[in-house]
Design a protein around this ligand. Sequence first.
Ligand SMILES: [Zn+2]
Length: 319
Amino acid sequence: MELSNEENLSDIEDMIRNISQLPRLLTIKPYVVYFIHRDASPSMLHEIITEAKQTERFTIVPKYKSTEYDTMSMHIELIQQTATILVSIDYSHEKDKRTLLYDTLCQFFSIIFHSSNLVQTWGGNLMHKLKPFLSHELFTINQINQCRLSDIQQEFKIWYNQTFIHQICCYHYLQYDDIDGPFCSCIYRPYKSVSAQWSLLKAVAYTFNEYLYDHTYDITKCLAITKLADVIEQQWTIQQVEEYKMKYHIAQKRAITDKGNETKENRQKVPENVVKKQKIIHTNTTTQTTTKIVLVPDPKAPSLNGIGTGPNSYKQIIR
Ligand SMILES: [Zn+2]
């Protein structure tokens, strides 16, 4: 297997061995975040229904709060052509049942689980993941069964192993079989067992050279799963993966090297030209409960041919 610009990549990657020191996850499309809970405005509840009706592909990240069995927290990404919409739901069965929020969420989930839609998640059976929330009566098992479910974690392992095949000198090199094995010596294949599953953190790091940082609202997990799903759907080749890394990260790492200043803080910085374009242009925030964050593309930002618009090059609006 040959890597384009292999020397350059390996030299620079050697300098960054800790995943948390990689550049933060870049987003491919501009996105909007809706925070949905009992204080969300009726217009916002109406908006997520409208948007869901226009969407055919979703990513779901359920969250569990061990101390609050009554509460359902969940992030759902509505993946659309030119933008993406993140809906962060907090629902209390005790406090919110038979309210407008309850009615809206019932309708919202009935739209999502329609038979024509694809619902993506990372790891495990979505049915099993949503089971703890069935008692809230926002959706049923029959509804979940209607849609097409996709476990991106499993699909990623297949795509990665077929793309980043064992090197010829690896003990596990086989012409027609790219499964993981205990004697694999390939440094770009971190898992050495057929049954081992990728963590989302490592999948993002090994594919994009990016760090899945802990966002305040944890919405980055949705964005990361969708970004990996897009790569799998488009069947990126190793050349496309390397072109992406070269385009977005090699220049940044070289700049850090040239400065001779390798503090953790500096390594995590996104390129300076991007930071300057990413500014809050409206901060008329009312309350935390009705916050909607909008990230829109900066028209001056560079685009990435064949991969998407310039990630991270967005102006941020907080309503
Ligand atoms: Zn190997």
